[in-house]
Design a protein around this ligand. Structure first.
Ligand code: GLA
Ligand code: ZN
Length: 688
């Protein structure tokens, strides 16, 4: 098992710390260290957004304050994750070199302000970043206190300046080679948008061309490429000094703007910032979404990961910044660990006194003491991590189920006109399938269409509107070799340049795999429903399940019909099919169902395929089991997201991971947690 932070291979507890805001308050550092020790903090992130203190004037570097702070923390057993400061540039830089500022999609350059407001193409910005990163590395990369690079902060956004436009044109030219290819791929003859020279290629602009779906999709791909390229240069600068100090970049879960799967190869460790809106309605639904985000982030490298930020209480940017109720902080923090995180880190350690985030939750509030409710919750979380550290650290999660979530597909689905401009709900659909599996304790990877499928028994592929190159072939091979595939309506509609598949859908040979032809797709108005009625012998309960929004009209061409539509002109036609193909089988769910169907359907598949569950026990509603696997021991996290106490009867052979006592049943109060130890299931050799 590779440690994510080899210099300090432990569960990390701490968070973003900005002592540069407090340099004129001489007592703050000592107080912070005292409180950090009390809260079992062993690691902080320093230097995020600290550029104006690191290089107060162009070419004048001052790292002395940082060095002193890193040393004092280290003397007290607190390690440092060191950031590169590129997330926000100093004022002097923008004043002297306006090209570093971003241009918006109306073509107007932004004034200085905010953060992430810089052009990722600008050679000047890239050079300034390279210089400061190199110097930081020369100064700190050999320091035993520094365990990880935190590259920039939450990369996001796009720039439409002349430099970026030129880079985009180059990118397009490189991809398509000839204008003929370009015009075909983007179907540019439509409305006479035909390109007759390369310099006509422009990004989709607010007041310009936004109707070519191929262009819109390629612009998003380019934005990811440009961001990855910028990040790669940042990483190169620090790795040139010390290639062994690992790097991470803090990502944002299902954030729409970047294809995070493209970041995996350059990062040693994936980390992400987790801010669910707890207590906004049903906490089980919120926990389900957080679980999916954790699984997605883990799946980028299919390896242990870090929760780099979370709030110990509330945020200040959500519509309503509600406090975490007592118990929720521990519950949500351990959820990350249950899904494979090797850390619980916060934004932020100490509340800033002024400016934009002065009212954002922090471990230390403006009262400056460790006597708050929030501080005690953080202390308790720290205790959990200390107690679990040695046992949990060497374990990981190796699902046998993959759920396909693909950013390119998402961009294309959401950009298309029709069949429901009022909402196709791709992300919600992925989350619903994930939730049905998560509730059963079936571990799931969320991977995109480029990842290998070899290790899985079941691949769930909802709304695969766009087939990326090679993907249909990978699915076909997966099924041929014995895998079970679940596909749905609105799949195999377009190829990877967003051109519709010809010759029948789902395209690219997938009609043969599913044994069906999707001739038409009906879109339903809000509130309209149809039903999916299982046939006897389908393995599903005999009840009519409500379907809504999208109904594919399909012909069985070799597939067995397991359920039919209950009404409308397509009453009696297939709504659920299965088709044996090679050594495997492919299910096709023709309509958008509710969770009730997904729960029953995945129960059928769980039994059919003997899918492993985190716990062989019946779980009361709201209680979720998640398992981390090890060679010698596995650990099962039982968490109650519901509002009432629940009792879970356990199978034989389990002990409490903290006390070591044997247990046969656990009583979980609302928001209660129990971590149980059981025999190890062994780890497959799946290192990537
Ligand atoms: C993000 C940023 C932090 C901070 C938090 C507030 O995750 O990375 O700097 O702004 O949000 O929730
Ligand atoms: Zn730019």
């Amino acid at each position: 098992m590779k440690a994510v932070t080899p210099r300090f291979p432990h569960l990390l507890h701490g968070g973003d710390y900005n002592p540069e805001q407090w340099l004129s308050y001489p007592d703050v550092l000592a107080k912070d260290i005292e409180l950090m020790k009390k809260a079992h903090v062993n690691c902080v992130s320093l230097g995020i957004f600290a550029w104006s203190h690191l290089e107060p004037e162009e070419g004048v570097y001052d790292f002395s304050w940082l060095e002193t702070i890193i040393a004092k923390l280290y003397e007290n057993g607190i390690y440092t994750i060191l950031a590169t400061p590129s997330g926000a540039r100093p004022r002097w830089m923008a004043q002297k070199y306006p090209e570093v500022l971003r241009v918006a999609n109306n073509g107007v350059r932004n004034a200085y302000g905010d953060r992430h407001n810089h052009c990722l193409t600008s050679p000047i910005y890239r050079d300034k970043v390279k210089q400061i990163n190199t110097r930081l590395a020369q100064h700190f990369a050999g320091n035993p206190a520094v365990i990880l690079w935190h590259i920039s902060n939450e990369y996001s956004g796009a720039c439409y300046c002349p430099l970026c436009r030129k880079a985009f044109t180059q990118w397009v030219k490189q991809k398509y080679g000839t204008l003929e290819n370009l015009n075909h791929a983007w179907w540019a003859d439509f409305w006479s948008h035909t390109y007759t020279s390369w310099d006509q290629v422009e990004p989709p602009l607010a007041n310009g061309d936004s109707t070519l779906h191929g262009l819109n999709l390629d612009w998003k791909r380019f934005t990811t490429d440009q961001t990855v390229d910028f990040m790669r240069e940042e990483i190169r600068a620090v790795k040139q000094v010390n290639p062994t100090l690992p790097v991470t970049a803090n990502l944002m879960g299902f954030f729409d703007g970047l294809d995070y799967f493209r970041f995996g190869d350059d990062l040693d460790v994936v980390s992400w910032d987790n801010y669910p809106c707890w207590h906004q309605g049903d906490n089980v639904a919120i926990a389900a979404q957080a679980a999916a985000s954790h699984d997605l982030m883990r799946s980028i490298k299919r390896a242990p990961w870090l929760q780099m930020e979370s709030t110990p209480s509330m945020t200040n940017w959500q519509d309503v910044s509600k406090l975490k109720r007592p118990g929720m902080h521990e519950l949500s923090s351990l959820q990350a660990v249950a899904h494979g995180a090797q850390s619980v880190q916060y934004f932020q350690w100490r509340k800033s006194r002024g400016s934009f985030e002065k009212l954002h939750g922090a471990v230390v509030d403006h009262n400056g003491e460790g006597n708050t409710r929030v501080f005690h919750d953080v202390e308790k979380t720290g205790e959990w991590l200390q107690q679990l550290d040695a046992k949990i650290y060497p374990t990981r999660i190796q699902p046998r189920v993959a759920l396909i979530y693909d950013w390119e597909n998402r961009w294309a689905v959401e950009d298309a006109k029709g069949p429901r401009n009022s909402g196709l709900h791709y992300l919600e659909t992925v989350l619903a399938h994930h939730r049905a599996l998560w509730e059963k304790g079936i571990a799931t990877d969320l991977i995109d269409m480029t990842k290998s499928l070899d290790r899985y028994k079941l691949v769930v592929a909802p709304m695969n509107y766009l087939y990326r190159k090679g993907y249909a072939e990978a699915l076909r091979q997966f099924v041929e070799n014995g895998g079970t595939l679940v596909g749905t309506y609105w799949s195999g509609i377009v190829d990877d340049t967003d051109l519709c598949c010809l010759g029948g859908m789902p395209g690219q040979g997938m009609m043969e795999v599913f044994g069906i032809w999707n001739e038409e797709t009906d879109a339903l108005y809000e509130g309209e429903t149809n039903t999916l009625v299982p046939e006897t012998g389908s393995g599903l309960p005999q009840k009519a399940y409500e379907v809504r929004e999208l109904c594919a009209l399909v012909h069985a061409q070799g597939a067995q019909v397991l359920a039919a539509y209950g009404s409308d002109f397509y009453q009696g036609t297939p709504a659920l099919t299965v088709h044996p193909y090679g050594k495997g089988q492919a299910y096709y769910v023709a309509a958008r169902t509710g969770l009730d169907f997904l729960r029953d359907f995945y129960e059928k598949l769980r039994l059919e395929l003997a899918l492993p569950r985190a716990l062989q026990a019946e779980l009361p509603a709201g209680v979720i089991a998640t398992r981390r696997q090890g060679d010698e021991h596995d650990f099962v996290f039982l968490q109650n997201y519901g509002d009432s106490e629940q009792v879970v009867q356990l199978p034989a052979g389990m002990t409490d991971a903290v006390t070591g006592e044997p247990v046969d049943k656990v009583q979980l109060p609302a928001y209660g947690i129990s971590v149980l130890q059981t025999a190890g299931s062994g780890l497959a050799a799946w290192e990537e």
